[in-house]
Design a protein around this ligand. Structure first.
Ligand SMILES: NC(=O)c1ccc[n+]([C@@H]2O[C@H](COP(=O)([O-])OP(=O)(O)OC[C@H]3O[C@@H](n4cnc5c(N)ncnc54)[C@H](O)[C@@H]3O)[C@@H](O)[C@H]2O)c1
Length: 332
């Protein structure tokens, strides 16, 4: 099976590339990544060692992919995923995330390749998320109208484009609305998500802040181990002939949800370091106080559930970061 992973040198893409190569017999994995994420060049070296080729191309500019062979499946991970980039890198977010999807779909249509898309829980409308009470979770038919950040807009627009292309060109798709993912190969930079940031700062005894919602550290999210996501995508590939043209939430779920205070507690336990944590009251326009994934549909379709708990996520991150500390510092 020939698989192209876009963003194959990113956190999720590189984990997936290696995992799928190990777990699908005769799989030929190729990556396309422009290495715009600082740190992706390190992942690139790892992929090269595993004989996974990367084409250094910007998917928002390449429209023909002339050099490329035909792929049976494209797993579309390339994007500018940082939520704050919706404010300070808006052209990059729009072009990479939406024009990039458009170009990838043209390649899918030409070759009749199927597509698995890494969308985001950020497609849900923010004003509704604000009204969510603890314990209520969001199903796939939840409100996506109204504002959601430019990032969320590009992910939702990409979903709609994929559906149009699938209808017109008879290609099969799976759309995963992914919540927060973490684990080894997430570098601990601010824009990559708070879990790896917390673990990195504890490891290096650096200061942190509880930001937003009065600075009390009470906002809640669920976290999914990267390995659980890789296992789900392998299942999706294996079952694509039977289960296709579906859209689903994918996340750590209620059991894997926590607030920042609890994350501090776990990070302290694992690192055995206690660091100073300040407080900034002001809330960013794109922060939400509570989001926990409702996995009931993905579980029904694939009998899949996250296997790895929060302690495992934090422990795996910590024991990957610790020996690689000096290498990782170069990519900050
Ligand atoms: N990490 C998460 O918690 C999370 C949650 C929900 C959804 N997602 C989605 O999963 C996907 C992967 O996220 P990630 O965390 O691995 O991010 P990442 O930044 O680590 O990886 C993205 C990769 O895409 C590449 N890229 C960006 N723009 C490109 C372009 N124009 N052309 C070619 N390559 C380009 C970057 O160099 C990077 O290597 C994204 O689509 C993101 O929206 C991630």
């Amino acid at each position: 099976m020939k698989i192209l992973i876009t963003g194959g040198c990113g956190f999720i893409g590189s984990n997936l590339a290696i995992f799928l190569k190990q777990n699908i017999q005769n799989a030929k994995i190729t990556s396309v990544d422009n290495l715009s994420r600082k740190g992706s060049s390190l992942n690139h070296k790892i992929l090269s060692k595993k004989k996974i080729k990367n084409f250094k191309l910007n998917i928002s500019k390449v429209t023909t992919f002339k050099k490329f062979q035909r792929f049976d499946l494209i797993i579309h991970c390339a994007a500018e995923p940082a939520i704050e980039a919706s404010r300070n890198k808006i052209d990059e977010v729009f072009n990479s995330n939406l024009i990039g999807t458009f170009n990838i779909l043209k390649k899918c249509a030409k070759d009749k390749s199927n597509i698995i898309y890494l969308s985001s829980s950020r497609v849900y409308a923010m004003e509704n998320l604000f009204r969510l009470k603890k314990g209520i979770s969001i199903k796939e038919n939840f409100n996506v109208e109204n504002y959601k950040s430019i990032y969320g807009f590009t992910k939702l627009s990409s979903e709609l484009l994929i559906k149009e292309y699938s209808y017109l060109h008879k290609i099969k798709y799976i759309i995963n609305r992914v919540a927060l993912v973490s684990g080894p190969w997430q570098f601990g930079k601010e824009e990559q998500g708070f879990v790896s940031l917390w673990v990195w700062r504890h490891l290096n005894r650096l200061k942190l802040n509880y930001i937003g919602f009065e600075g009390k550290g009470k906002q809640v999210r669920d976290v999914l181990h990267i390995q659980d996501l890789c296992e789900l995508i392998l299942l999706q590939i294996k079952k694509l002939k039977k289960i296709n043209n579906k859209l689903m939430n994918v996340g750590g779920g209620k059991k894997n949800s926590l607030n920042l205070l609890r994350l501090t507690e776990l990070s302290r336990k694992v690192s055995k370091n206690k660091i100073r944590i300040g407080s900034i009251k002001k809330t960013s326009p794109y922060d939400v106080p509570y989001f926990v994934t409702n996995n009931s549909y993905v579980t029904k379709l694939y009998k899949w559930k996250p296997k790895r708990n929060l302690k495992k996520i934090i422990t795996d991150l910590y024991f990957w970061m610790k020996p690689n500390k000096n290498i990782l510092k170069k990519y900050f």
